[in-house]
Write a protein that binds this ligand. Sequence first.
Ligand code: 13P
Length: 252
Amino acid sequence: MRKKIIIANWKMNHDFYETTSFIRNLLKFIFERKIYHKKKIIISPSFPFLHISNQIIQGTTLNIAAQNIHYMDNGSYTGEVSASMLKSIGIQKIILGHSERKKYFIETNDILFKKIQKGLQYNFDIIFCIGETLIERETKKHFLIIKKQLEETIFKFSLKYIHHFIIAYEPIWAIGTGNTAYPEEIKKMHEYIRFLFKKKYGENISNNISILYGGSINDINAKNIFSINNVDGGLIGNASLKIEKFLTIIQS
Ligand code: 13P
């Protein structure tokens, strides 16, 4: 049985106080409601607050993830953060391949391949985002695009690494727009992604890999989305910034 996974991607939001008080309140709630056995909850704050966030969650079931790494170990890359730096403060999970990184920072599949390589070298668990644009969907290229995104990145790695991955299917047109994909669209794509993993790595891996949906999940639609076949949880942006909304999503 795959455990449900709920990930809060805070993107470039929340300052020091907002970050620490949110995480403390969330821990209180998890403890009071005893929801720690049922779900895996991962929070992804901004780089400056990863260290303190990771200290706060020590000894609890909450997890922290970084939103990016560079593919080099160190060097003259102003403004960048390396895998070894994150490891040195105890971070074990990273998000890679988010469509906003692709859009604003021109992260190609080739760059993502190198980032995955570096992430695996440092033994990170990787939440890997894939998704198509609206034009790609409208021209019925969405399945092809998803296949290509996987073939040029994760599928270049051997079976022994696959337990490090969580897949997040985020149709780009659904991110931050208030328009989630229709349940039937989500179902078909998640089925397809699982099928691709089966073809590449076999039934066992395919049954065990977690495939999350992301794109305008909120406190109202979460329950519906999480009940779709092959949806193992969600990667949540906007609605994860308000604790009341995020708590409702966790309980969905
Ligand atoms: P929204 O939930 O704000 O649409 O963002 C989704 C997302 O990009 C999560 O990574």
